[in-house]
Design a protein around this ligand. Structure first.
Ligand SMILES: [Zn+2]
Length: 449
């Protein structure tokens, strides 16, 4: 058992009530192993109230620091670290010129292992403790990512990218070496084998991962849907309605579906635990379809601004009752930092050319990247918050990290002003430490700069 004395940021655990953050100025966070030996939050609250109960527990005092839930990144690509910041005339040229050539390199297990280590350490360095991540079309890439996440005891969800057409041969799923199965059949068998090997192992989860409808044959998309039906507890991750050229292409390839999103519904790929990145160019029927299926949206604002894809419509999403959370979408996204993503989400919500602009509150922004994202992933009460029972994934924030942040945060008159100063001015320097729950005595920690 171990305790931390610092300010504590948490959210009301009643997920239906939406974002309601609280800051305990002088708090105590007590963590200890559960029956399986995994570190969980045993208590969190005012230091004065809890100190007698936990007398004798080794306590680390962190004056001036804020302990907050680890961030959750609902959509990113581990194989795109090297193409972050590559300019292009929109999504499809970006894929062709930068992303596909880089992803071809991940047929090498060694290349994949090195990239996985860097990617996960970069997430942790930025305070991200849970992620839903795309592998590439090579099984080597997925094995490497799960192995590296397992070593770090991270809660990571990933899967083999399904793509059997419309990309260079080196980046597509491969046929069986002996020619007995085509790429589609082999990719579905590989997905099931990886799923059985990794889903539920330690803190790892599997996601059935069709890249996007235009890159999948009808047979592959339907095969993925059948897999999703046979394994209802695994996740599904894909992309939808990011870019107008992409949408026109998807409509051309699947003309019998009502919309691009409906293509996934028709293949059996809309259900609880299905996470669709972007969801920008939707009509109300699409929103109603997503909502009624139990699927959720991963909002990727830095990526959408960088590639000029469009603006997520928060007002329409809320009216339809959609669930959503924030995501970096690295490498289309421009930063691993949750602070940059939250700030970009604020810009996206403010935009008022094609929709009503609104100001998302700092609590709402932070919630979308922690407790709200956990709820959208079906992991509320597990991660994304600090209430007793949650896995002990958290960050130690230092609001004094830079001169300007120290100056601005000192002026904060309430919690919203404090959170907003960190959202606007924060980056990896604000993350002093990232602590990961693990089934051992010592907690895995990454110290910041
Ligand atoms: Zn993406």
């Amino acid at each position: 058992m171990k305790a931390y004395r610092a300010s504590l940021l948490s959210f009301a655990p009643d997920s239906e009530s939406g974002p309601c953050a609280a800051l305990e100025e002088d708090g105590l966070l007590v963590v200890g192993p559960d029956a399986a030996g995994r570190q969980r939050v045993l208590a969190s609250g005012p230091y004065q109230l809890l100190k007698a109960r936990f007398q004798g527990v080794p306590t680390e005092h962190l004056p001036g620091r804020i302990i907050a839930p680890g961030f959750i990144d609902m959509h990113n690509h581990f194989a795109q670290t090297n193409v972050i910041g590559s300019p292009a005339d929109g999504l499809l040229p970006w894929l062709e010129h930068y992303t596909f050539p880089e992803e071809q390199r991940f047929s090498s297990a060694q290349y994949s292992a090195e990239a996985a280590r860097f990617f996960l350490d970069e997430l942790l360095r930025n305070g991200v403790t849970t992620a839903l991540t795309f592998g590439t079309c090579s099984t080597e890439s997925v094995e490497a990512l799960f192995c590296a996440a397992q070593q770090r005891c991270m809660r990571l969800i990933s899967g083999l990218c399904l793509m059997d057409r419309h990309a260079p041969a080196g980046v597509l799923n491969r046929a069986a070496p002996d020619g007995s199965r085509n790429a589609c059949e082999q990719s579905l068998l590989d997905s099931e084998a990886l799923l059985q090997r990794w889903h539920g192992k330690d803190r790892l989860g599997y996601a059935i991962t069709p890249r996007f409808a235009p890159s999948c044959s009808d047979q592959q998309l339907r095969g993925a849907g059948e897999l999703a039906q046979r394994y209802p507890e695994v996740w599904i991750q894909s992309h939808v309605a990011e870019n107008r050229d992409e949408i026109a292409w998807a409509r051309q390839l699947f003309p019998s579906s009502r919309s691009y999103l409906a293509t996934y519904a028709d293949a059996g790929l809309l259900r609880r635990r299905a996470v669709y990145a972007h969801c920008l160019h939707f009509d109300d029927q699409d929103r109603a379809l997503l909502r009624s299926s139990g699927a959720v949206a991963a909002v990727c604002p830095t990526s959408n601004l960088f590639l000029g894809s469009g603006f997520f419509d928060y007002g329409a999403a809320d009216r339809a009752g959609l669930q959503y959370g924030l995501a970096s979408d690295v490498g289309g996204g421009t930063s691993f930092s949750p602070f940059h993503t939250m700030l970009a989400a604020y810009y996206v919500a403010r935009e008022s050319q094609g929709k009503a602009g609104r100001s998302l509150s700092p609590q709402q922004l932070w919630w979308q990247h922690t407790a709200g994202a956990a709820r959208a992933l079906g992991l509320d009460g597990v991660v994304g918050n600090l209430q007793p029972g949650c896995e002990a994934d958290f960050v130690v924030l230092n609001p004094q990290a830079t001169p300007l942040l120290a100056r601005r945060s000192a002026q904060a008159g309430n919690l919203d002003e404090l959170l907003f100063s960190m959202i606007v001015l924060g980056d990896d320097r604000l993350i002093e430490r990232t602590v990961i729950s693990q089934a051992q005595e010592a907690l895995f920690t990454i110290d910041g700069p």
